[in-house]
Design a protein around this ligand. Structure first.
Ligand SMILES: NC(=O)c1ccc[n+]([C@@H]2O[C@H](COP(=O)([O-])OP(=O)(O)OC[C@H]3O[C@@H](n4cnc5c(N)ncnc54)[C@H](O)[C@@H]3O)[C@@H](O)[C@H]2O)c1
Length: 470
């Protein structure tokens, strides 16, 4: 029989089943369950009456006076014996029974399944029983199903410790390939503005997501930025979560408190694909205009596909020096800081741009004829990094045409009347699929990366695959 039950799962301090300190079970989720584990546990308790209840007189008495007391020893013997719970589970269960007033075997064993369902919503006992469900020895509980494991929460430290950009490249490549075949459902990004009032805001929430056809999960992410009043509170102005959903049941599998780390990984992975598909094999000098968080991931990504490159860094502030020093130490390849973007372009075969501004950061006449520009800074309609004449003279490739025309570099060229969506040579996925050619000669190539929900879906799947096994 399929039963619809509302499970209120609560995290418990010291809960033993989730062995790392980094995962927690959240209070959530209406599920449709068949013979769910909690019910099985209750049935087991009911089908295994305590000796006190084996006596009909006592049962009759218990109905009238359900607080018939059993001693701790009696209850423990019953739980570890006929009910089959492990000693430590029985002890914990007993503690909970006592704490919540279920201090007799009658009071639990005489509850009907329906009554338990009703009561457990409002009793601490019931919630704690649910929270302990995977501690209990239920033979046929399916530990891999969301119904028995609940939604898992992964904190920032766990995510950072277990995922690198290298983990993301293959999945992001496949996602781009499917995106170009129309096999990824990617809605246009959504924006929620939190206007500033006395108590709240200002802030912005950007929502992206997608589903790659045939994948076990889909992902929605919320990137929260520009909460500037956080600085007065000693908090960063940005945060973010990925929500990974089960494509079979629609249940929430995992919430990743990634604070944009996963976004940085999937952005870097797209950069790696830019080097792989758009640059010449012999290219060796790689410039980074803008040396912040994205640049670091672009450097790591480059290393994953071209481990013998030389890095050149430019930023108008100190970040270039810290970037070069850290990347050189991490990747064991040389990095040089240059004083101008002009010099960087003059010396670079591949140029990554990842700046937040609205003014172009380079000029056409500075570029090597075979340069590959991988521009990822523009992800909003207010931003621009690449001058229109560079775009016009390039083989222009978009991550997603419908997006770059609104928030990417292509937007400025369209606004200037210099290009249209028809000017797009290809989307990245078409090149990955072999349907369009990438680089063909010593030509200027621009790859415009605005960040797609397909990448978010891909990194969400990777994160779930890897971290859910911890
Ligand atoms: N396309 C995507 O998928 C994607 C994903 C995440 C972030 N972004 C965007 O990438 C940009 C960079 O993000 P970040 O987190 O690395 O920022 P960040 O603040 O960490 O770093 C920005 C860097 O750009 C430098 N910079 C600023 N103006 C410059 C200029 N005129 N010339 C050269 N360098 C300049 C800064 O000195 C700094 O080094 C932002 O616009 C962000 O919104 C895009």
């Amino acid at each position: 029989m399929i039963r619809r039950v509302l499970l209120l799962r609560h995290a418990l301090p010291g809960r033993r089943t989730l062995s790392t300190t980094t995962t927690t079970t959240l209070p959530v989720v209406p599920f449709e369950l068949e013979e769910n584990s909690e019910i099985q546990i209750l049935k087991r308790v009911q089908e295994t009456p305590h000796p006190i209840l084996a006596n009909p007189t006592v049962v009759a008495e218990a109905v009238k006076k359900p607080s018939i007391q059993a001693t701790d020893d009696q209850l423990t013997t019953w739980l570890t014996g006929p009910c089959g719970f492990r000693t430590e589970v029985a002890a914990e269960y007993l503690r909970v029974l006592r704490q919540d007033g279920f201090d007799s075997p009658a009071s639990i064993a005489m509850l009907s399944v329906d009554e338990l369902e009703r009561r457990r919503v409002r009793t601490g006992h019931a919630r704690q029983l649910l929270a302990r469900v995977d501690d209990l020895l239920v033979a046929d509980a399916d530990a891999s199903s969301p119904s028995s494991t609940g939604t898992r929460l992964f904190d920032y430290e766990t995510i950072v410790a277990n995922l690198t950009v290298r983990d993301a490249i293959e999945a992001v490549e496949e996602a781009f390939g499917k995106l170009a075949k129309g096999q990824v459902d990617v809605p246009l990004p959504m924006h929620i503005g939190i206007d500033e009032t006395d108590d709240y805001g200002p802030g912005d929430c950007h929502i992206k997501g997608g589903y790659v056809s045939g994948s076990p999960t889909w992902t929605v992410k919320l990137a929260c930025v520009s909460f500037y009043k956080n600085l007065d509170r000693g908090l960063p102005p940005g945060s973010g979560v990925f929500v990974v959903m089960d494509a079979k049941t629609g249940a929430t599998l995992g919430i990743f408190q990634e604070n944009r780390y996963l976004t940085d990984l999937r952005t870097g992975a797209a950069g790696a694909l830019g080097v792989k598909y758009c640059a010449r094999p012999e290219d060796s000098s790689v410039g980074f205009v803008g040396c912040g968080a994205i640049a670091r991931n672009m450097a790591r990504a480059t290393f994953a596909v071209k481990p013998d490159f030389e890095g050149i860094a430019y930023a108008p502030d100190d970040s270039a020096h810290a970037f070069a020093k850290d990347m050189e130490a991490e990747l064991s390849v040389p990095f040089h800081v240059v004083p101008t973007a002009h010099e960087l372009c003059r010396r670079s075969d591949v140029i990554f741009t990842q700046t937040p501004g609205s003014d172009p950061v380079l000029e056409l006449r500075w570029l090597r004829p075979h340069a590959t520009i991988i521009a990822s800074g523009s992800d909003q309609p207010t931003k621009q990094e690449i001058p229109v004449d560079v775009l016009v003279h390039s083989k222009y490739i978009a991550d997603l045409k419908k997006q770059t025309s609104r928030v990417g570099e292509l937007r400025s060229a369209i606004a200037a009347g210099a290009m249209s969506e028809a000017s797009v040579h290809a989307e990245l996925g078409e090149i990955i699929n072999g349907d369009k050619l990438g680089r063909e000669a010593d030509e200027l190539v621009v790859l415009d990366l605005t960040g797609t929900g397909a990448q978010d879906a891909a990194i969400g799947q990777v994160a779930w695959d890897k971290l859910s096994k911890l």
